[in-house]
Design a protein around this ligand. Structure first.
Ligand code: WQD
Length: 336
């Protein structure tokens, strides 16, 4: 049985990926520092799969802790999610973001090099494209200057991995996620935003649940059919499965070059108002919303060209937007 390390494995995408790894027959080892996750997620993973992953509470920006882990564990691959991810906060605390997101990455790669470990999957973001000049966005679209220190950690992270692949023969894949939403169909795991949600779907579900009074739709004067901004919302379970596909590509040595990037989205864009309507329809809830000013830093539209991911990873999305929204709602109503 191949043993896969999932860093940040108690987080939103990490926990769903841990489940899919177990379902696919991998042995999962999770590292998490619990800075933005709860230990009970471990138990909730095992409720779904019947197996509790091995867990280590480790702070990856502490090199001695990273070294100690690798001294005692041999692994066949790493899926690296552990990172700070709040765009706004990163503008206020750039050094914390660089220390955490870049430091942890460098220490992991050093251990992989020194111990001759291989197969690294990196959690990257469509944010590297900024407002792309052409839609849908292909992997060849130019990288735009990062809008935030968070976004910059993803760009620099990809470069660090690419340099390491070149110098040390590491094989790696960066997955550029579009907008992950939804939850596991069992509602045992899902997204747990801290405080007031910044992302659309948690704000929508919390508003429908009465936790927030009203959803603000940020701007209806964009150059889009209904004036609201367009994104590519992908079900987190489909996204999780893309990691298994990428891992299998590396493990079976099917990769074309030793550093590859793939877009992971649905290929379909939805506007904020389309999301509101789809949520209302899928859940039979009325959503209280109003149009307000644009949010600073938001782009008009982003959705993926998934041709390369579909072909090379032999992966495609299986779930609909409605299923994603319904699963997010089921998760929301399962809280408290
Ligand atoms: C989606 C749309 C908002 C909240 C995300 C991640 C970011 C990066 C890229 C990872 C936008 C609108 C939102 C609300 C709204 N991912 N909106 N009212 O901005 O695409 O960024 O993907 O690297 O980290 O956050 O996602 O969910 O914040 O917004 O109208 O209360 O919904 O303006 O058009 P975004 P989002």
């Amino acid at each position: 049985m191949k043993k896969i390390l999932v860093t940040g494995g108690l987080g939103f995408i990490g926990s769903h990926t841990a489940v899919e790894l177990q379902n696919a027959g991998f042995e999962v080892v999770i590292i998490d520092d619990l800075s933005n996750a709860k230990l009970e997620v471990l138990n909730n993973i095992s409720k779904i799969t019947g197996k509790t992953p091995e867990f280590h509470q480790i702070d990856l920006k502490k090199k001695d802790q990273v070294v100690a882990f690798f001294e005692n564990n041999t692994i066949d691959g790493i899926i690296h999610f552990a990172a700070f991810k709040a765009v706004g906060e990163s503008v206020q605390k750039p050094l914390e973001y660089y220390e955490n997101n870049i430091g942890s990455l460098v220490y992991l790669l050093q251990e992989m090099r020194d111990r001759k470990l291989d197969n690294f999957i990196f959690s990257s973001s469509c944010t590297v494209y900024g407002q792309a000049d052409e839609l849908p966005i292909t992997e060849n679209a130019p990288i735009k200057p990062a809008e935030s220190p968070y976004g910059n950690t993803k760009q620099v992270g990809e470069e660090i991995i690419q340099d390491t692949c070149k110098a040390n023969g590491l094989n790696a894949i960066a997955l550029r996620y579009f907008n992950p939403i939804g939850a596991h169909e069992t509602a045992n795991i899902g997204e747990l935003p801290l405080g007031v949600p910044q992302n659309l779907i948690p704000y929508v579900t919390q508003t429908a649940a009465g936790i927030r009074e009203q959803l603000s739709v940020f701007g209806d004067d964009y150059n889009t059919p209904d004036g609201t901004a367009i994104r590519d919302y992908i079900h987190v379970v489909d996204l999780a499965k893309a990691h298994i596909a990428a891992l299998n590509r590396l493990l079976s040595k099917k990769n074309d070059t030793n550093f590859e990037v793939f877009n992971v989205g649905t290929g379909k864009g939805s506007s904020v108002l389309e999301i509101v309507k789809a949520f209302e329809k899928a859940t039979n809830q009325n959503l209280n919303y109003k149009i307000v000013e644009r949010r600073a830093g938001d782009i008009t539209a982003a959705y993926a060209d998934t041709t390369i991911a579909n072909e090379k990873l032999n992966w495609k999305t299986e779930k609909t937007l409605e299923e994603a929204l319904l699963s997010a709602w089921k998760w929301q109503t399962n809280q408290v």
